[in-house]
Design a protein around this ligand. Structure first.
Ligand SMILES: O=C(CO)[C@H](O)[C@H](O)COP(=O)(O)O
Ligand SMILES: [Co+2]
Length: 227
């Protein structure tokens, strides 16, 4: 995976959750120029919604030149996570609330050549993952309740992002902070200011007439407020 030293300070990863899935290849072509593609896998158990699984993720990998970032909102990510690395995802992120053996999964993902991410629901405190962060490449701080696109950014997550940024600095961790949910031109500056570096944006990109222009605008706003 891209190392923090070479990764852009403000990376935009459009989420394809609400794209036109019947025209997946064309929808992926619209975002060539982003820094990655965020693919939301939902199982209707960990979250009350069902999206897609491995076959669709394999199709995404096959039809984009961008790094694929898989966000697993599923039960038993310990079991299913490695298959997403084998499918060619650059980074596989599992929810801390569902993980049984986070360190083991992170090491397995690394062995398979992928980066490892760990995600927090809005109600899960940073302390829940503090001890294992050294094993991970990405910390995903959810800024909406996982399950659906198009929700409003939860402002009260900003102090959590700030604390995560301070923790990363204090411990000298090689860990990027990703935010996901409600990221738009109206919210990205505050998330960047708080210390996020990788921004997932679904509606703000796919809801725009010109997806690339939306990506560029988001990136410029994030860069202007980057740490
Ligand atoms: O993980 C997610 C939902 O659980 C999605 O990545 C997220 O909601 C993106 O959509 P939007 O930018 O519209 O909020
Ligand atoms: Co997501």
């Amino acid at each position: 995976m891209t190392t923090p030293a070479t990764a852009p300070a403000a990376a935009i990863h459009p989420s394809i959750l609400n794209c036109d899935i019947a025209h997946l290849a064309e929808e992926l072509a619209r975002i060539e120029g982003a820094d990655g593609v965020h693919v939301d896998v939902m199982d209707n158990h960990f979250v009350p919604n069902l999206s897609w699984g491995l076959p669709v993720v394999e199709a995404v990998v096959a039809h984009t030149s961008l790094p694929v970032d898989a966000h697993l909102m599923i039960e038993d990510p310990d079991r299913w996570g490695p298959a997403y690395a084998e499918a060619g995802c650059q980074i596989v992120t599992a929810h801390s609330e569902a993980l049984v053996a986070p360190v083991r999964l992170a090491r397995e993902l690394h062995r398979l050549g992928a980066g490892a991410g760990i995600a927090l629901r809005p109600s899960t405190p940073l302390e829940a993952v503090e001890d294992v962060l050294g094993e991970f490449d990405l910390l995903l701080i959810m800024t909406v309740e996982p399950g659906f696109g198009g929700q409003a950014f939860i402002e009260s997550m900003l102090p959590k992002i700030e604390r995560a940024r301070r923790l990363v600095g204090r411990r000298g961790l090689e860990l990027r902070i990703q935010v996901d949910g409600g990221i738009s031109a109206g919210t990205i500056e505050r998330a960047a200011q708080a210390g996020a570096e990788v921004f997932v944006a679904g509606s703000a990109v796919y809801g725009a007439q010109d997806a690339l222009a939306a990506i560029e605008q988001l990136r410029a706003l994030a860069r202007a407020h980057a740490h």
